[in-house]
Design a protein around this ligand. Structure first.
Ligand code: FMN
Length: 353
């Protein structure tokens, strides 16, 4: 029996954010001892040549990453690497420390294998994140950096915010994500307004001297026309990919009742985000990082077949625990084999007409 099947009920008795803090503390303790980290890696890492993915000028050992929000402050990415994840997206990182919304702000919906969060970009700020990345860089695998802004910034200040975080962290990431899709921040302006996006992308690309891969993270709730418009802008400014998707404000199809406002993640988001991936993949050849409701080999495989080159998860990890990446990767290899694919990359977009 996996240890998590008895640990999870204990964690689930705690408020969700407190449980997350315990988990983070545990992961930090483990990663600080080399032998413990290696033991974790031996137990939880599943390697297979079919899982290797070349993307964003980087070789990923496997396509299953940890989504933004889990390791906001770059504290535990080496432990997540030891748990067999192919990459970790740290952040969202803001230029200054920020408290986020008042607690409680993270809620479990176990009947739906979902979470609702309205964290609101709480974080330690870019300087501390940079120090941690600098100290531990060699210990982990590929890193994505999710770049954000302060909650009280207006549209012009927001551009300065993104630029500062990007410039300070550009030596430390394999790719960078402009996050314009958080449903939980009190924006004074329309974050994904096309003109605003153009200015952000233009500013960041002008500062992007080393040609670091730059992506944008989008929400799941936009109509198809807006998705196409966004992809046109992304291509016009030579961005390198799209992370799809963030959480949804919809509460459609939930079994639980909840009045909590915020972004919904996990199983109820799965088909919505896979639909967005398919729509985008049918329209562009840009690489897509698929996220939303991935918690099993089957759900990861569906996103890959829909057009995702890499996948990520957050909520599935909360519900399934430390063996999540290993089980998904093992199952992916089986599915690839059954369908006659030699590598993950061969299966990308297999469901597109
Ligand atoms: C508690 C929590 C915090 C999150 N924080 C961020 C964040 O800071 N930046 C971001 O881009 N996405 C954030 N997300 C969204 C996730 O990265 C992901 O897009 C979303 O949860 C869907 O994936 P999942 O169903 O696997 O959880 C957060 C999600 C959760 C549950």
């Amino acid at each position: 029996m996996d240890a998590y099947s008895w640990l999870r009920p204990l964690f689930f008795r705690l408020p969700a954010e407190t449980a997350h803090e315990y988990v983070t503390a545990g992961l930090r303790a483990v990663q600080s001892v080399g032998a413990a980290r290696r033991a974790l890696s031996t137990r939880y890492t599943y390697r297979h040549p079919a899982l290797e993915v070349e993307c964003f000028d980087t070789t990923f050992d496997n396509p299953v990453g940890v989504a933004a929000g889990f390791d906001k402050n770059a504290r535990v990415f080496p432990a997540l690497d030891a748990l067999g994840f192919g990459f970790v997206e740290v952040g969202t990182v803001t230029p200054e420390p920020q408290a986020g919304n008042p607690r409680p702000r993270l809620f479990r919906l176990p009947k739906d294998r979902a979470l609702v969060n309205r964290m609101g970009f709480n974080g330690d700020g870019v300087d501390r994140v940079r120090d941690r990345l600098e100290t531990n860089r060699e210990a982990g695998g590929p890193i994505g950096v999710n770049v954000g802004k302060m909650n009280d910034s207006d549209a012009d200040e927001a551009i300065e915010d993104y630029l500062r975080v990007f410039e300070e962290l550009s030596p430390y990431g394999e790719y960078f994500v402009v996050n314009v899709s958080c449903p939980n921040t009190p924006d004074e302006f329309d974050e994904d307004d096309p003109d605003h996006l153009r200015t952000i992308f233009e500013t960041l690309q002008a500062a992007n001297e080393d040609d670091a891969p730059l992506l944008v993270k989008i929400g799941p709730d936009s109509p198809t026309d807006s998705l196409y418009e966004l992809v046109d802008i992304v291509e016009a400014y030579d961005l390198d990919g799209i992370v799809a998707t963030n959480t949804t404000t919809s509460r459609e199809g939930l079994r639980s009742t909840t009045d909590e406002w915020g972004g919904l993640s996990g199983k109820p988001l799965e088909s919505r985000s896979t639909g967005v991936i398919k729509t985008i993949a049918g329209y562009t050849d840009l690489p897509i990082v698929g996220v939303g409701g991935v918690d099993s080999a089957e759900s990861a495989y569906q996103k890959i077949r829909a057009g995702a080159s890499l996948v990520q998860l957050y909520t599935g990890f909360v519900y399934n625990g430390p063996s999540t990446a290993r089980e998904i990767n093992r199952g992916l290899v089986e599915r690839l084999h059954e369908d006659g694919f030699d590598t993950v990359s061969e299966a990308v977009g297999a469901d597109l007409d």
